[in-house]
Design a protein around this ligand. Structure first.
Ligand code: GDP
Length: 452
């Protein structure tokens, strides 16, 4: 089984990091194929917590090459600080490889992301403001700067100059608009951080020479890691070794198939692993989807099974549902099987992992959404493609018995309470994919492998 893709099956934060770390034991190489430092993976090993935003979760297996693929957007400052942090904790990072073709998040991308969200006001998407969207936009505009450009000062300067000019103009316009709006609202002063920086253009971070010099120095430090990573994947796969392709974010946040515009700016679904790593579809043998035993969502956008009651609060608190990257409270709700079935088909999943089942102990009855009802009363068995329909869709639930026992020490299927097993069976039967692994706590040993 050489090529395995791991994808988020819901709205992200499903615990993909832990699952990747676990499956990495059997793999020869781990590759991240999309997204940037808007992701956040937490892995708990021997009680020690590691948080990654950009570096693939396989990095803790220091004997295995760990790749940042061409489909990832890389903020070199963040990457270097993650590398420094890991080295300080004694993790060997010598096996990290970064695609020479990956695009760089530049300081102007971060400023534009923030300015864009501020301009949208109430309509903002809830991006992490890390510059991911503007970076992918520049890639499509052919104005992007790639990792390989860090190694040639002349090319780097020329490309930054070409990319910078339209950004300065856009930021100036945004700043004028904001000042006008603030004046109209009778507000004065009291601006902070980035907001102030945008208003005070020209920002020192947008100086061509400073930016070039800074990035040349990043290039010197990253050079030993820069490689032709697609070729590395081919060598592994052709040699019969397993390669894990690790997705960030999740299916319902997919740029094309998610709840647009409340989505991420890349494609986190399994099909994108080929593009973002440089392998062919027939290199992929298995697709593992990771879903929580309930549902969460960060930021704006439709979320049919959202709970704003004590049960939702229980999930938030017991599940520590606060974003790894932003610290924001996640919205919580019941497991949505209409959405999960959609994710299963989009990714053509071969296996499911259900994480955080332990969080549901003490809740009863458990509910799972099995269909939606439209505002007009129509029954919707499939995930609606039309945003207005999804926004007003009301979930209809099946009720299943809950369980009270603490399951965090369960290690085999027979240790789980019968109600927990029935809950898992219901999910697997509904979406018609076997559940192979169940999470019962944050620790890497806190899992139950299920018989296929
Ligand atoms: P990712 O981005 O999909 O890797 O997910 P995050 O790391 O953002 O969020 C998952 C969180 O849940 C992390 O804090 C994990 O340590 C934690 N976690 C993972 N699996 C389990 C589980 O089975 N039970 C509990 N209680 N926590 C888990």
């Amino acid at each position: 089984m050489p090529g395995i893709v791991i994808v988020g099956a819901q709205w992200g934060d499903e615990g993909k990091g832990k699952i990747t770390d676990l499956l990495a034991e059997r793999a020869g190489m781990i590759v991240r194929f999309q997204g940037g430092n808007n992701a956040g993976h937490t892995i708990v090993r021997d009680g020690e917590e590691f948080k990654f935003h950009l570096i693939p979760s396989g990095i803790l297996h220091s004997d295995k090459p760990c790749v940042i693929g061409n489909g990832v957007v890389v903020d070199p400052r963040i990457l270097l600080s993650e590398l420094d942090g890991l080295r300080r904790r004694g993790v060997d990072t010598g096996n990290l490889r970064i695609s020479a073709n990956a695009h760089l998040i530049m300081p102007y991308h971060v400023l534009l992301d923030t300015a864009g969200e501020m301009k949208l006001g109430k309509l903002s998407i809830g991006t992490t403001r890390r510059g991911i969207g503007p970076c992918y936009a520049d890639k499509a505009l052919r104005l992007g700067i790639r990792v390989q450009d860090l190694l040639d000062e002349k090319i780097l300067r020329t490309k930054i100059r070409a990319a910078l000019e339209p950004k300065q103009q856009a930021l100036r316009e945004l700043s004028v608009q904001r000042r006008k709006l603030r004046k109209e609202a009778g507000e004065e002063g009291d601006k902070e951080g980035l907001e102030q920086a945008i208003e005070d253009a020209p920002d020192p971070r947008l100086d061509l020479h400073t930016m070039t010099e800074e990035h040349v120095s990043y290039g010197h430090r990253l050079e030993p890691h820069i490689a032709d990573t697609a070729r590395l994947c081919w060598e592994m796969l052709d040699g019969g070794q397993t390669v894990l392709f690790e997705g960030a974010q999740a299916t319902l946040l997919d740029l094309d198939h998610g709840t647009y515009p409340f989505v991420t700016s890349s494609n986190p679904i399994a099909g994108a692993a080929c593009v973002g790593a440089g392998v062919g579809p027939t290199d992929i043998d298995e697709v593992w989807g990771v879903a929580k035993a309930y549902a969460t969502r960060v930021g704006a956008g439709p979320f049919p099974t959202e709970l704003e009651d004590a049960v939702g609060r229980h999930m938030l608190e017991r599940g520590h549902e606060y974003g790894t990257t932003t610290g924001r409270e996640r919205r919580c709700g019941w497991m949505d099987l209409v959405a999960l079935r959609y994710a299963v088909r989009l990714n053509r999943m071969s296996a499911l992992t259900i994480t955080k089942l332990d969080v549901l102990s003490g809740i009863g009855p458990l509910k799972v959404a099995v269909r939606y009802r439209s505002r007009e009363g129509a029954i919707l068995d499939t995930f609606p493609y039309h945003q207005s329909i999804l926004h007003s869709a009301a979930p209809e639930y099946e009720e299943l018995p809950g369980f009270d026992a603490d399951i965090s020490d369960c290690r085999s299927e027979s240790d789980l309470p019968p109600q927990a097993r029935a809950y898992l069976d219901f999910i697997a039967n509904f979406v018609d994919v076997p559940i192979r692994l169940v999470g019962v706590g944050p620790g890497r040993e806190q899992v139950v492998w299920l018989k296929d």
